[in-house]
Design a protein around this ligand. Sequence first.
Ligand SMILES: NC(=O)c1ccc[n+]([C@@H]2O[C@H](COP(=O)([O-])OP(=O)(O)OC[C@H]3O[C@@H](n4cnc5c(N)ncnc54)[C@H](O)[C@@H]3O)[C@@H](O)[C@H]2O)c1
Length: 339
Amino acid sequence: MINWNDTQVLVTGGASFIGSSLVDALVARGARVRVVDNLSSGRRENIQGHVDAGRVEFIQGDLLLAEVVAASLRGVQVVFHLAADHGGRGYVDLHQVECSTNLILDGMLFRAAHAAGVEKVVFASSGCVYPNNLQTRTEQELYLTEDLVRPPYDADNMYGWAKLMGELTLQAYHKQHGMNSASCRYFTVYGPRGVENHAVMAMIARAFIGEDPYEVWGTGEQIRNWTFIDDIVAGTILAAERIDDGRAVNLGTMERITVRDAAEEVLRTTRHKARIVTRPEMPTGPLNRVADNRLAKQLLGWEPKTNFVDGLHRTIDWYFSTKDRDQVRAILGRMLTER
Ligand SMILES: NC(=O)c1ccc[n+]([C@@H]2O[C@H](COP(=O)([O-])OP(=O)(O)OC[C@H]3O[C@@H](n4cnc5c(N)ncnc54)[C@H](O)[C@@H]3O)[C@@H](O)[C@H]2O)c1
């Protein structure tokens, strides 16, 4: 068990949507928190309140530089490693080279963490490690159990391969050198501070600016298990507390929701009356991706607390009360494939 009050923590990528939400929770538990982020997609305003209050130390730097890695790790006991070159479906499909740099970043960070004597590394992995060839049939009631990630591997894009290599690297460090770690396989996370390159946030943004016809990428029949940010944060902290052996655990709901149903719920909730048009030629991702979360329950005592409709309503409220229509119109087209 970790006494957070007494613990020096590093959150890499801590200015991101998920990273900054994790920082909020760690600060609330009394941890001494350092964030390192190059702000390539993270936003300073996500953590500025804590920095101003003296609760978070912020290093703006690039973790592809060895000196930044070393400075970030000084005196650190627990690392939450969330920094990654990452975006939504449009990004990971179209930016393979950028995502390949995660192999370098993760390798450098894990090697330096071991050298620095870090007690625990928690890695933000992804549902993208699961074999693509299993996720092709929407009529199948498939729940992805952790053991399905095994040879012959078939990860989702360079992004997924890098996450898989990160998991395997941490397991190797545990086996060979006894470095403790855990990998959390996040499934399609959404919530306040989410950005428009991910599907749910894009759907909300399209409604916010009154898009009509209202575009849905893919046929709309693809199935997902969107998972609310607070649940992801809670599961990540539990993984730090309860997993040592580098094991990977799914953090995702077991709700099976089609993209079309999600879009219709967004339209209903926002009272935006528009005609849905599907764009099957656009980046779509696997057709059937839903976690099995029983291992997280067993190992961590974790279960998602927020169902999709409630989480969606909270996210819509946040989006509509904080965003500016002209600004969203100006960035949305670019954000669908960028970060
Ligand atoms: N959002 C999801 O649905 C989801 C799903 C699975 C896994 N993840 C993982 O969770 C983590 C956080 O994702 P997110 O959605 O909050 O968004 P994100 O992609 O914005 O987070 C990545 C963070 O890392 C920072 N970063 C990138 N390269 C860096 C570098 N070289 N040096 C220092 N910092 C760097 C970015 O500025 C950003 O703050 C990522 O590792 C991502 O792969 C997210």
